[in-house]
Design a protein around this ligand. Structure first.
Ligand SMILES: Nc1ncnc2c1ncn2[C@@H]1O[C@H](COP(=O)(O)OP(=O)(O)OP(=O)(O)O)[C@@H](O)[C@H]1O
Length: 299
């Protein structure tokens, strides 16, 4: 369990996190989603005791990370896969981590096999690893102590499609055995496939959170027609809230059946009609975070 309450982090006059609260529960994968610079890494660094909070609290397994007895045994962390000592081999990195946290060294081989690093690759120095191999090594290190909690910052970065699928299955299995997983990504489709719960962060603030199913359902209906203003008027006349989409068309705060029925009654031909699906959630993500996205800032 990870509990973050009213967390604020300031760097001088800049507020990187502004009153952020969320939970990452056992048995579930929680996706932490936001555009570049939203504050995901900062929040994870506070959760794992690497950065002090300016205000608010973050606890892991009921206590601040730094006060956990041997936190390395309970919490697997992958924040920056490139931060490994470049001169060590993959095997050395894991063996050292095992010694430091008091883990049986025999787990090193099991972890190398689990993340798909071969004997030969494990004997190579990390400086010669590809990004994906570093990421796999980082995941192996996070899993080494057989932790109850995993905190992973952009773990899919650099992984090939087969690697991404492998990781998804791995995290789902970890959560199914009762583990807590908090993972971040700036890619919606990566998160929505693996996460049970999603926290959307933009500009240091939580802009939406809930179960993935809830958020998908809450995405409403996306509709495009030959005459969107006539359609919007017909929907609004029936009490449906309508918002124009930046990408064209409208988002209606109701189900597709209702939109179709009202469009038919108004005699407006539809070009597109879809319920709360991937694209719906993507629209919502883009809209919710638009003000904090780089493109939004530059505009
Ligand atoms: N040590 C620091 N000093 C000053 N500003 C910082 C510091 N660390 C982070 N920031 C700023 O805080 C904001 C949030 O950064 P953070 O790394 O948490 O974002 P992120 O959501 O993880 O982004 P990305 O997806 O690009 O990794 C950014 O504007 C960043 O420049």
């Amino acid at each position: 369990m990870i509990t973050v309450e009213h967390l604020t982090k300031r760097y001088g006059a800049f507020t990187a996190l502004d009153d952020v609260s969320f939970e990452s529960r056992p048995g579930r994968v929680t996706g932490f989603l936001g555009p570049n610079g939203a504050g995901k890494t900062t929040a994870m660094r506070v959760v794992t005791g690497l950065t002090p909070a300016s205000a608010g609290t973050a606890t892991v397994l009921g206590r601040p990370y730094a006060t956990l007895p041997n936190p390395g045994r309970h919490v697997g962390v992958l924040l920056d896969a490139s931060a490994q000592h470049a001169g060590r081999t993959g095997r050395e990195v894991l063996t050292l981590a095992a010694i430091l946290t008091g883990v049986d060294r025999r787990r090193v081989d099991a972890m190398l096999e689990l993340v798909g690093l071969t004997e030969k690759e494990a004997a190579r120095r990390v400086r010669n690893y590809s990004l994906g191999m570093r990421q796999r090594l980082g995941i192996a290190q996070a899993l080494l102590p057989d932790p109850e909690v995993l905190v992973l910052d952009e773990p899919a970065n650099g992984l090939d499609p087969a690697g991404i699928r492998w990781m998804r299955d791995l995290l789902a299995g970890f959560a199914a055995r009762g583990g807590t997983v908090l993972l971040s990504s700036h890619l919606l489709n990566e998160i929505e496939r693996v996460a049970d719960d999603i926290i959307v962060i933009g500009n240091g603030r939580v802009v939406a959170q809930g179960t993935t199913t809830e958020l998908l359902a809450g995405a409403g209906t996306r509709v495009a027609s030959v005459d969107d203003s006539a359609l919007a008027a017909a929907l609004e006349a029936d009490g449906v809230t309508v918002a124009p989409l930046a990408t064209g068309g409208l988002r209606a705060d109701t189900d597709p059946d209702t939109v179709g029925r009202l469009a038919l009654r108004a005699g407006v031909a539809l070009r597109e009609l879809r319920g709360g699906d991937e694209r719906g959630l993507e629209e919502m993500f883009l809209e919710l975070t638009a003000s904090s996205a780089r493109e939004g800032v530059a505009a």
